[in-house]
Design a binder for this molecule. Structure first.
Ligand SMILES: CC1(C)CN=C(N2CCN(c3ncnc4sc(CC(F)F)cc34)CC2)S1
Length: 490
């Protein structure tokens, strides 16, 4: 039985700096970081401070890395660690997988089955604080990410160091084999979907749905897997409050990983750090807006600009700080990513995100700026262009998709927003378009796309007129909807 005796010297853990020291040791001194140990430690702190906060902490807590934490004893951690090791080694009969240099699909599926079959029969899967091995070992509950992480931690215990976590923006699976070129589903996704455990993710990639990022997920190594443990820390006490100590711990651990370069292929973790820095800026650290920019640069350079969230992290920041023109630009950039996908029922999470931007945030901005003076964005053709690019991307996302995206509920806020811009502002807009050749478009339709605000030429005037007539067309939809001709929800 592999032991954590060499780590006993870090216990009992009493404050944030001691957790950071344990992570520092695992990241630097250990042959490779022990995913099981680190997940148990942060999971126990999070659960004690968010689930049953009964006087585990002194009343006053200073907000530095000396912040007091509930005392975590070695014997508790060691007992849970041994429990996971004996569960995995007890239920995975290694005689069937003897002398394997690399994991096989059967091995990965077997490990996934052991985790899967040991979960509580029925529980609310979307609840918070179900992501860690502490949750699994003390309550037999894991969320979608937690199951995938547990499979990778179990494979580390069995000595299969080729098995790694693959992370999209709303799903997780594993990569394995000689060049880590095999993929396997190991967890479920969404509600009411049959799980596809054991299968490769190729069909998901082929369907061009956002859930599989067109084959550009974050392909973790052990260090990025440690970063996923930290990024998955959830400080929420309830809908409106966070446990400050947990947020501070997450922030310090993310900076530790950032400084060691372990966030350099993980845009969402940098986005998480940006959100924490916005609320609680660390002295002599980069401003949160720099972090959001950095996440975008990584998505563009490492993932062929297939990730949406880096732009919605940035757009959300600009929106919260009333920097509306920049928010429009971030959201238009997000839409430029989305239009590369086909919308399917597995993409609900990003649909909800885009719907909130289009039907809540942008209409709210329109209300706020309506009262303002001349310099307002309603007189700025570039703002108008960003908004059109945002809506155009959503239309293109829908084109070629099995499932429709837009319905009358989208048209009203859209017409409202566009008609708020002065007509001479709309007149200043110059649209160029490239009519992509048929072979570019899998449905063999010529697709003309909004490419920006440059000089018009020739037949593109038609595209311009179509767009400038957009609000008249949409107003007709709106009228007919009001007169009951259109089903409001399709
Ligand atoms: C701009 C937003 C709406 C704010 N938070 C966002 N998040 C996106 C998802 N988050 C994540 N942060 C770090 N790593 C991962 S891996 C993953 C997929 C899951 F199935 F494994 C999700 C996720 C954190 C929070 S996107």
């Amino acid at each position: 039985m592999e032991s954590i005796a060499s780590r006993e010297k870090f216990f009992p853990v009493q404050d944030i700096s001691e957790v950071v020291q344990l992570f520092e040791y695992e990241l630097e001194m250990n042959k490779e970081p022990d995913l099981t140990l680190l997940s148990i430690v942060v999971g126990s702190i999070e659960n004690l401070l968010t689930c049953n906060r009964s006087n585990v902490l002194p009343e006053q807590n200073d907000v530095t890395s000396c912040t007091k934490l509930p005392v975590i004893d070695f014997k508790i951690v060691n007992a849970l660690y041994k429990k996971f090791h004996s569960t995995i080694k007890g239920y995975v009969d290694m005689s069937q997988f003897a002398n394997l240099k690399f994991a096989t699909r059967e091995l990965v599926k077997r490990v996934s089955d052991v985790i899967w079959n040991s979960l509580t029969r029925s529980y609310y899967k979307d609840r918070a604080h179900l992501q860690s091995l502490y949750s699994y070992l003390t309550g037999n509950k894991l969320d979608c990410f937690g199951v995938a992480f547990a499979v990778v931690a179990a494979c580390q215990i069995l000595g299969f160091n080729d098995v790694h976590l693959a992370l999209s923006e709303d799903h997780a699976w594993v990569i394995f084999g000689e060049n880590s070129c095999e993929t396997a589903e190991v967890t479920w996704h969404g509600k009411g979907n049959e799980d596809k455990r054991g299968q490769s993710v190729e069909p998901g990639i082929a369907s061009k749905c956002w859930l599989y990022l067109n084959g550009y997920p974050v392909r973790c190594n052990r260090y990025t897997e440690v970063a996923s443990i930290v990024s998955a820390i959830n400080p929420s006490l309830n809908v409106n409050n966070d446990a400050m100590e947990v947020a501070l711990l997450q922030q310090q651990l993310l900076w530790l990983l950032y400084d060691k370069g372990h966030l350099s292929i993980y845009p969402m973790a940098i986005g998480n750090l940006g959100d924490l820095e916005e609320v609680n800026p660390s002295p002599d650290r980069a401003h949160c807006s720099v972090l959001f920019e950095e996440a975008i640069m990584i998505a563009r350079t490492c993932y062929k600009n297939m990730h949406v969230y880096p732009y919605t992290y940035q757009g959300g920041y600009f929106y919260r700080h009333s920097r509306y023109k920049e928010a429009f630009e971030s959201w238009a950039n997000a839409s430029d990513v989305l239009k590369q996908y086909n919308y399917t029922r597995d993409d609900e999470e990003i649909y909800k995100e885009v719907m909130e931007i289009a039907n809540e945030l942008i209409p709210h901005i329109m209300k706020v700026v309506s009262g303002h003076s001349a310099h307002s964005i309603l007189k700025d053709p570039e703002c108008f262009a960003h908004l059109l690019r945002f809506y155009d991307g959503i239309c293109q996302w829908e084109e070629g998709s099995q499932t429709p995206v837009l319905h009358i509920g989208w048209a009203k806020p859209l017409v409202n927003t566009i008609s708020k811009f002065d007509s001479q502002v709309r007149g200043q807009l110059i649209i160029t378009s490239e009519v992509e050749s048929a072979e570019d478009d899998e449905n063999c339709n010529n697709v003309s796309t909004l490419k920006g605000i440059v000089a018009t030429t020739g037949d593109e005037q038609k595209v311009r007129n179509d767009w400038l007539n957009l609000n008249t067309n949409l107003a007709k939809i709106e009228d007919s909807a009001e007169s009951g001709n259109l089903h409001p929800n399709i």
